[in-house]
Design a protein around this ligand. Structure first.
Ligand SMILES: Cc1cc2nc3c(=O)[nH]c(=O)nc-3n(C[C@H](O)[C@H](O)[C@H](O)COP(=O)(O)OP(=O)(O)OC[C@H]3O[C@@H](n4cnc5c(N)ncnc54)[C@H](O)[C@@H]3O)c2cc1C
Length: 392
């Protein structure tokens, strides 16, 4: 007999989406079991997103003191777009009355994990889901292996796939692990983490004839920077001096503060939206449902926007027996997802230099950049999307 755990909601994946969902469900009295194939240490030390929309921060405020975003994170009131040798600041508060926060994703995860464990949540690390079964019954199941490789199952009233871009839950919803709308880009980001003071107070998004660079911060002593590269680039192909040269030539006008580089990675660019987000009693949220290129800083924020909608829908279903909010979850989530897909694609094409770009393309791109920064409406569109559309 395979051991079976029973709960109301089984959540596959303890990323920002899965952990926040379990918190919101717990707040209305719905218990859940969250599993993740990685160890707690791995989850808490993987460097990923860094920019939180205002609505994301407000939702994290519901954790109370457990969320350190307002004490440790930094509010950013703008970004700089740099091109043709000039910087143009996009001032969020004056344009849309909102802001973003720089607070790394792994710090969000530390806060959420600590809060879930303090609340006595059933949160299991090192547990891998192999599949999700029986989506169209009222007792869907997660077929899993525990940390010792032993099989076990979770039987629930509802299963949520928050298991990231390589989701196994997706097959239970769309019929295949790849079922969705997909786009791949001909460039990637070479990302570095270095020990150095910040080179700027706010993020610099720089378009240059040599390609794109993003100058971002992490803390007073650690910085995160990226430059556009070929997706096949080997991270070992550059010496530290070459990396600084690549970054520096793409941000003319700023002298970067250099320091030892202690992490490097190549981040491929993909856009994806699953064909379906809901089947019977299994739903997808976050990167399991969609991925965006990182230029617009939308990935984690979009995951959290899905979770807000799904938590309300599951509350109505499991507490009041009202299935209507769940039935409209895909449509309401997709409304924002496609806006974010467009914004992420637009920021990417606005700022990167395509490998086959002609002189015409380059001059047209500068015309587009000028159309944005020289127009109140253009700057306001960017500010509104970057800080996040109000939650519906
Ligand atoms: C380098 C980088 C920079 C980024 N920058 C930004 C940014 O600035 N702003 C932004 O908003 N977004 C950014 N993103 C995107 C953001 O990190 C993701 O969109 C976000 O992590 C999605 O959260 P999630 O909970 O849906 O999925 P994930 O964070 O991917 O979590 C999924 C979890 O599921 C677990 N899992 C997977 N398969 C299984 C299985 N079979 N069984 C059990 N567990 C499983 C994984 O271990 C993982 O912990 C960035 C991403 C990267 C890689």
């Amino acid at each position: 007999m395979t051991p079976t755990v029973r709960t109301r909601v089984a959540i596959v994946g303890a990323g920002p989406a899965g952990l926040l969902l379990s918190h919101l469900l717990d707040a209305v009295g719905i218990p859940s079991v969250v599993i993740d194939q990685r160890s707690r240490d791995e989850i808490e030390s993987t460097i990923r997103a860094g920019i939180l929309e205002q609505g994301t921060v407000e939702l994290l405020d519901t954790l109370g003191d457990a969320s350190r975003v307002r004490t440790v994170g930094n509010r950013h009131d703008g970004i700089e777009l740099r091109f043709a040798g000039e910087g143009h600041r996009i001032d969020f508060p004056s344009l849309v009355g909102r802001a973003v926060w720089l607070y790394p994703q792994h710090e969000v995860l530390k806060d959420l994990i600590a809060a879930r464990l303090a609340a006595g949540q059933d949160l299991r690390f090192g547990v891998t889901a192999e599949s999700v079964q029986d989506a169209e019954t009222d007792r869907p199941r997660v077929i899993a292996r525990d940390a010792d490789g032993q099989p076990f199952e979770i039987e629930a009233e509802f299963v949520v796939g928050s298991d990231g871009s390589r989701s196994v839950a997706r097959a239970a919803v769309t019929g295949s692990s790849t079922g969705g709308y997909f786009r791949e880009y001909p460039f990637a980001w070479f990302g570095i983490l270095c020990e150095a003071p910040p080179s700027s107070d706010e993020l610099i998004y720089s378009n240059s004839p040599d390609g794109f660079a993003l100058i971002s911060q992490r803390s007073a002593s650690v910085q995160r920077m990226y430059f556009q590269c070929d997706p096949e680039t080997d991270t070992a192909a550059y010496s530290e001096a070459q990396l600084w040269d690549e970054l520096q030539k793409r941000v003319p006008g700023t002298t970067l503060k250099e320091g030892p580089i202690f992490q490097r990675d190549v981040l491929r660019f993909r856009s994806f939206v699953a064909h379906e987000l809901l089947r019977g009693r299994v739903a997808l949220v976050g990167d399991a449902a969609h991925t965006v290129p990182p230029t617009g800083a939308k990935g984690m924020n979009l995951a959290i926007a899905d979770v807000r909608l799904l938590a309300d829908a599951l509350g109505a279903l499991l507490l009041d027996g009202d299935a209507r909010p769940l039935e409209t979850y895909p449509e309401r989530a997709l409304h924002r997802i496609w806006k974010a897909q467009h914004f992420s694609w637009w920021m990417t094409s606005l700022l990167h230099v395509a490998p086959d770009a002609t002189d015409f393309d380059r001059r047209r791109q500068l015309g587009e950049l000028r159309s944005v920064v020289e127009s109140d409406h253009g700057r306001a569109y960017l500010a509104e999307a970057y800080t996040g559309w109000p939650q519906s």
